[in-house]
Design a protein around this ligand. Structure first.
Ligand code: CMC
Length: 427
């Protein structure tokens, strides 16, 4: 079949076939193709959504060419330096930084929703003890929809805020319990005298038989990790949450879908994959071999923690994470050989034509695994930590979506299967 083309011309005049262009506040404009099918019987084909804006959003802005990330207009570097995760969660969910009174009320709301229903804790016993924490989290967060369904009306703005706050509040205990269950330790409860990150640390690493003293340097580093991972506009897991939510599904079920999407190694699972890769490389001398493998199209190996669908420049989060990793290692008096391998790998890759041409830079996951390992997190918890943080973003997008009324998301397809045939013709 001969290839046919449609010529699109940007014009100030409206012609018969013309489609409107819509502008955002920042970033590229978009051709509004909502009437394309009705007017021209044509679909838009964009697998992987490389050129598709799936929605309008006022939450997060990413400029991948310049390496800029803004939450509600605030640069990520400023938030990582001056804010804390709970304040950032409020900012993402409500649109503005809280006043002191709003902050106090939000802290109280998070503090009153951070426990898990005791029956939820019994779910954990149904999992194999060697289950991946992300598998457990998908199950437990999905199961929460059985606890908060009939009592919640998603058409009610107040109910929606409560559901969103519940999710942000409960996620540290959900994640910590998925770890303590796997190592056979009793689960500790949140302590409202502690901040969000400190609470997560004590629930992860504390035991009931001795006092757990939170190291403020580690708590701050974890808080920064949470801030950096809190949102990233329409990434795969957030888009999954929005797609699931478009049908009016229960928010806990929608967030469980987001956790499932985040788990993959091309998304949140990359931090775990980076550490495995650095261990496999083993020493600085083996780096050229790893680089050669990453460039070889016949080899499925990729440099994990490198490249990003949107960033074609440094991921602004990777610099902040690298600085935190160095700070924590110095504070703990640890000397992680993997940090040395990572820094050499970055240096060599950034000078290599293959990576330069394709604009492949270290992303947020390149150093986060090293930092989390230094803090004592086991490798299989890395993506779970990401999920705790990203919950703030997921619920913010869920809240935003509920304010819109574009109906259920229903992508179309280009059918490439068999044409009509009949069962009676079966051979
Ligand atoms: N190592 C080697 N080559 C790479 C890499 C890599 N990490 N990433 C991309 N490429 C190459 C790819 O082979 C392709 O080459 P060619 O044009 O010759 O075919 C070119 O760069 C473009 O790659 P792509 O797959 O079209 O890029 P993408 O936008 O679809 O993929 C990505 C983005 C993040 C999935 C990919 O860069 C990747 O797999 N990176 C490693 C995994 C990773 O670190 N993921 C974490 C992403 S950040 C955290 C998050 O958002 O969750």
């Amino acid at each position: 079949m001969a290839t046919k083309y449609v010529n699109a011309v940007l014009s100030e005049q409206q012609g018969d076939g013309s489609l409107p262009v819509i502008d955002g506040v920042l970033g590229p404009s978009a051709v509004d193709i909502q009437t394309l099918y009705a007017r021209h019987s044509l679909l838009a084909f964009d697998p992987g959504f490389r050129s598709t804006a799936a929605c309008k959003s006022a939450i997060t802005f990413v400029d991948g060419d310049k390496g800029i990330l803004l939450y509600r207009g605030y640069p990520i570097e400023e938030l990582a330096e001056h804010s804390d995760f709970v304040e950032v969660a409020y900012l993402l969910m409500r649109g503005e930084l809280p006043t002191p009174l709003q902050r106090k009320n939000f802290d109280e709301a998070v503090g009153s929703h951070n426990l898990l229903h005791e029956q939820v804790l019994s779910f954990y016993r149904g999992f194999r003890r060697d289950a991946h924490p992300m598998a457990v989290m998908v199950g437990v967060v999905g199961a929460l929809s059985a606890f908060y369904h009939d009592v919640m009306n998603i058409r009610d703005a107040n109910d929606r805020q409560i559901a969103a706050t519940r999710l942000v509040a409960k996620m540290p205990m959900i994640a910590a319990a998925s770890y303590t269950y796997s190592v056979g330790r009793p689960q500790r409860y949140p302590n409202n005298k502690l901040d969000y990150a400190s609470n997560f640390l004590q629930m992860m690493f504390g035991t009931p038989n001795r006092e757990y003293i939170v190291d403020p340097v580690l708590a701050r580093a974890l808080d920064v990790i949470f801030i950096l991972h809190a949102d990233h506009e329409q990434n795969a897991s957030t888009s999954t949450v929005r797609l699931a939510a478009s049908s009016g599904a229960n928010p806990f079920a929608c967030i469980a879908a987001g956790i499932a999407s985040l788990w993959g190694p091309a998304h949140g699972g990359a931090n775990e994959a980076v550490l495995k890769m650095l261990m496999e490389i083993g020493s600085v001398e083996n780096i050229p071999k790893a680089i050669a493998r990453a460039k070889d199209k016949g080899d499925a190996f990729r440099l994990m923690g490198f490249g990003h669908r949107i960033y074609k420049n440094f991921d602004p989060r990777s610099r902040v994470i690298q600085a935190q990793a160095k700070k924590v290692l110095a504070h703990l008096g640890k000397d992680d050989p993997l940090l040395e391998i990572a820094m050499h790998l970055e240096e060599i890759a950034l000078k290599d034509e293959y990576f330069i041409e394709r604009k492949l830079y270290p992303n947020v996951d390149f150093y986060s695994g090293i930092l989390l390992r230094a803090m004592g997190f086991p490798m299989n918890m890395f993506t779970a930590v990401f999920a705790v943080a990203r919950t703030a973003g997921w619920v913010s997008h869920w809240l935003e979506l509920q304010e819109e009324s574009h109906g259920i998301d229903r992508p179309r397809q280009i059918y490439v299967g068999k044409t009509l045939r009949h069962y009676s013709e079966k051979k």
